[in-house]
Design a protein around this ligand. Structure first.
Ligand SMILES: Nc1ncnc2c1ncn2[C@@H]1O[C@H](COP(=O)(O)OP(=O)(O)OP(=O)(O)O)[C@@H](O)[C@H]1O
Length: 231
């Protein structure tokens, strides 16, 4: 696929240690503007796969291409900077800076990503616009992030991922803490934002009911071979 934002080819990875877990992904791609839901059982390697895509761990072999760049070829520092420029990440536990305000948290990725900061133009204005688009109360910008409700913290995490329009958003079970109604509302907001900028979205979940909202649903067992135990 020529317009793939994400392309993994023949990726292999093994966690060392007592349990031992190896993962092989022959081919996985996500196109520009495409939303993909990745389903899989607990322990099937979803978070490991996301770490490979984000370049926080490196495969023993294979290619991990983001926006045309094979990130396995980049040195550690360059890879960190490339990730900050190209990928917005929403973690399961949100990973907000506990002592930072909502504004500090949303603006954080731009600190390490000059091109993304440039795309955001007036970064503070964009952060504040994202807050209102995501339904955060006005005036929340200078509030400590951890003083917010879980649902509000989640919106801050989404705004942080979206600021500066990275081409790819990676989300690891972002709805697991929410009830069904809040999940639907959350996805509405997320999709409205990704559609507005033709942003690609790869979201991990073990809830197949979310599938109908996505362009494509893939399952770990169909895209990856896993092995447990030491070789
Ligand atoms: N940091 C680590 N060090 C060693 N082994 C690890 C590490 N992280 C994960 N693993 C191994 O990889 C396997 C897959 O874990 P992973 O977290 O990728 O699965 P998952 O599908 O995301 O699970 P869950 O849905 O429960 O979050 C685990 O069973 C574990 O043995």
């Amino acid at each position: 696929m020529t317009d793939a934002v994400l392309q993994l080819s023949d990726v292999e990875f093994r966690w060392m240690g007592q349990a031992g877990f190896s993962l092989r992904v022959p081919n996985l791609s996500v196109g520009k503007g495409e939303s993909v839901l990745l389903l899989g059982e607990s322990g099937s390697g979803k978070s490991t796969l996301l770490s490979l895509i984000c370049g926080t761990i490196l495969p023993t072999s294979g290619v991990v291409q983001i926006a045309g760049q094979d990130i396995t070829k980049l040195s550690g520092g360059k890879r960190d900077r490339f990730r900050a420029e190209q990928i917005g990440v929403i973690f399961q536990q949100f990973n907000l800076l506990p002592f930072g305000t909502v504004g500090d948290n949303i603006l954080l990725p731009l600190r390490f990503a000059p091109a993304r900061r440039k795309r955001a133009k007036d970064a503070t204005a964009q952060a504040s616009n994202l807050c209102s688009a995501l339904g955060l109360p006005s005036g929340v910008f200078n509030t400590k992030a951890t003083a917010l409700s879980v649902g509000q913290q989640q919106r801050v995490a989404v705004a942080r991922a979206l600021i500066g329009q990275p081409p790819l958003i990676i989300a690891d079970e972002p709805t697991s803490a929410l009830d069904a109604n809040s999940q639907a509302a959350f996805l509405d907001l997320l999709f409205a934002q990704t559609a507005a900028h033709d942003t690609s979205l790869l979201m991990v979940s073990h809830d197949p009911r979310l599938g109908e909202r996505f362009d494509r649903v893939i399952r770990m067992e169909d895209i990856a071979q896993i092995e447990r135990g030491t070789p």
